[in-house]
Each structure stands twice: as structure tokens, then as C-alpha cells.
Design a protein around this ligand. Structure first.
Ligand code: PLP
Length: 316
């Protein structure tokens, strides 16, 4: 179906980070044999030892734009366990860019491992109440935080903007789609899914698994991002049944599934995104909802740093 390797070939920014090549690994599981389905995993979790997966793709064109506009401060938004903040802080340190995070929730001390890394890498944390955070687009209080910093460049939560979508579209560079039928990915904002959809040839269907309760709006979000980049590809669908109670929520069944994948299949997943999506994919296969003979590609979007939040999260 696909070559052995795919990697980012088109970073135009002078990145100071070394990127690993991302293997496409054939995944073996009795369910796949039973249903005569081939599944490769695109290991974007391996892209970089710290900044994993899709977050780097969403950031790269924004970082380029930041440099192009000669901005001085990169300001972004996220929750306390955000992979996006973590990635942004690391890239800021690597590229010598001052980063600021407007973080949801006022009680952040002691810092969790994610935010500890972020501050170690020089990111300034601006905690705001959940209520204020919800109105981050229009609240004057948020604007005054932004205005404190010299020449700010604002990246929305999760790297969700046009440049984010266009960056993600490069995730499939180097992947031969000739014999490919389905690309599978986890969804948060829907940006990654939209970027992948735009990068797929018309015969390739993209299936997204929202990591949150988003039946009412995720479809609109994905379509909205497609509209932003004028992509008319409509060969995609969302599977809403695998959010396990909502964003950041989990169930024993999911944790046991992840343990099984790690212990018996040497596959590390994260509980927020990839664990849910991979669980959902295997369930769909088990239920006969993926055609026999299909060739699938699961994009492992990373997020493994968030696993550290698992134990501390339940006690806070
Ligand atoms: C952020 C994230 C996603 C979701 O990406 P969106 O572009 O927000 O849909 C999926 N997987 C992992 C590991 C992530 O960190």
C-alpha cells in the first residue's frame, strides 16, 4: 500500500529541531486477520521525542508566519494538560521565541508535569478563570493580557486556524495512497481531520473519532475548516460513539484496552485521543462496519506526554 517511511519533507522554516522519520507500521491483530483488513499505523508519535504528532504540523506554518511578520511574542491558549501548549513551549524554546499561554483555570500551582515543562522552556503562564476562558474570543480582559506583550502573534487553542489546517495537510506527504481506502484519526478541534481530508485523494475516505461529546457540532467544525481552505472533498465521516463520557473522561474499559494494546501489541496510546480512536476503529472492524479487504491507515497523532496527567488528574 504505502512506502516504509514518510516524513515531513516540506518544512520551510529553519527548524532547530531534528525530526525523526515516521514509519508506517503494519499492525497485527486477530480481528484484522478475521475480517481480512490491513491496517498500517503512521507513527507520528515518533516524529519528535518531545513534540509529538499533529501539534507540530499545526504549528509549523504559524511559526513561519510569526517569523515572516517579525512578531515578538507568540500567545496561545489551552487547558492545563494541553499537548498544544506543550508543543508550543518546546518550539518556542527551540526557536528562541517568547511564548505565553493563556491557561484555563486559576488554580495551577503546583504545576502539573505539562505546565512544568512549559515554564521550564520559558513559556509565561497566564491563568484565567474558566468563565473568562470560555469567552476568550471577545473578552476585553483577555485582550488586555495579550496587549501586555510586545508585538503579539496569537495562535488559537489547539493551533486551530487556517495555517494549522494547511500544515496538517502535509502529514500525508510521502504516503502512497494508491491502494489506500481509509484514513483514521482522532478529533479534538477537527483541524487535523480537515487537513487530512484535504490531503486525501478522492478515493480515500477519512473517518474521525471525536474525543469529546460533539455530535451536534463536530461535523460543522470539520466542514468549516474545509471551507476555510476551499476544499470540496466530502469523502469523510465522524464516529461519535467513542468519547467515553467526554473530553478527558475515561472508563475502565478504555484503560484496559490501552493496557492490552501496550502489553500485547507494543502499541502505546494516549487516553485523551488516540486510545479512544483506536478502540473505536477496532470496534467498527469487530462489528463488521469496515469492508473486508480494506486497507486502512491509522494516524497516531501522539499525545503521549498527556499520559502523565493520568494519575494526578483524578486526585485534583
Ligand atoms: C490535539 C490532538 C488531537 C486532535 O487534533 P485536532 O486537530 O484538535 O482535532 C488528536 N490527537 C492528539 C494526540 C492530539 O494531541
Amino acid at each position: 500500500m504505502v512506502g516504509n517511511q514518510a516524513k515531513i519533507g516540506s518544512f520551510r522554516l529553519e527548524f532547530l529541531v531534528e525530526l525523526n522519520s515516521v514509519p508506517l507500521e503494519l499492525f497485527h491483530h486477530p480481528l484484522l486477520t478475521q475480517h481480512n483488513i490491513r491496517l498500517h499505523i503512521k507513527r507520528d508519535d515518533l516524529l519528535h521525542p518531545v513534540v509529538s504528532g499533529n501539534k507540530l504540523y499545526k504549528l509549523m506554518l504559524n511559526l513561519e508566519q510569526f517569523k515572516y511578520e517579525h512578531k515578538k511574542t507568540l500567545i496561545t491558549f489551552g487547558g492545563a494538560y494541553s499537548n498544544h501548549l506543550h508543543a508550543t513551549a518546546f518550539m518556542g524554546k527551540s526557536l528562541g521565541i517568547q511564548t505565553v499561554a493563556i491557561v484555563r483555570g486559576e488554580q495551577l500551582v503546583p504545576l502539573n508535569p505539562t505546565l512544568k515543562d512549559c515554564t521550564d522552556w520559558g513559556m509565561v503562564i497566564e491563568p484565567v478563570s474558566r468563565g473568562l476562558y470560555r469567552q476568550k474570543q471577545q473578552a476585553p480582559e483577555i485582550q488586555s493580557i495579550i496587549d501586555k506583550y510586545p508585538s503579539p502573534y496569537v495562535v488559537p487553542e489547539g493551533g486551530a486556524n487556517r495555517l494549522g489546517v494547511q500544515g496538517v495537510a502535509q502529514m500525508l506527504d510521502g504516503v502512497d495512497q494508491k491502494d489506500l481506502d481509509v484514513v483514521v484519526v482522532a478529533c479534538g478541534t477537527g483541524v487535523t481531520m480537515a487537513g487530512l481530508i484535504s490531503a486525501c485523494e478522492p478515493h480515500v475516505r477519512v473517518i474521525g473519532f471525536p474525543a469529546l461529546k460533539a455530535e451536534k457540532w463536530m461535523g460543522g467544525e470539520v466542514q468549516g475548516w474545509l471551507d476555510v481552505i476551499a476544499c470540496t472533498n466530502n469523502n469523510w465521516a465522524l464516529q461519535h460513539g467513542y468519547h467515553f463520557g467526554g473530553y478527558g473522561k475515561t472508563k475502565l474499559e478504555l484503560l484496559e484496552f490501552m493496557d492490552d494494546m501496550e502489553a500485547n501489541y507494543n502499541l502505546l496510546l494516549d487516553p485523551i485521543y488516540t486510545g479512544k480512536a483506536f478502540y473505536g476503529l477496532l470496534k467498527m472492524i469487530e462489528n463488521g462496519n469496515i469492508a473486508r479487504g480494506s486497507n486502512l491507515l491509522f494516524v497516531h497523532s501522539g499525545g503521549l506526554q498527556g499520559r502523565r496527567g493520568l494519575s494526578t488528574k483524578s486526585s485534583s
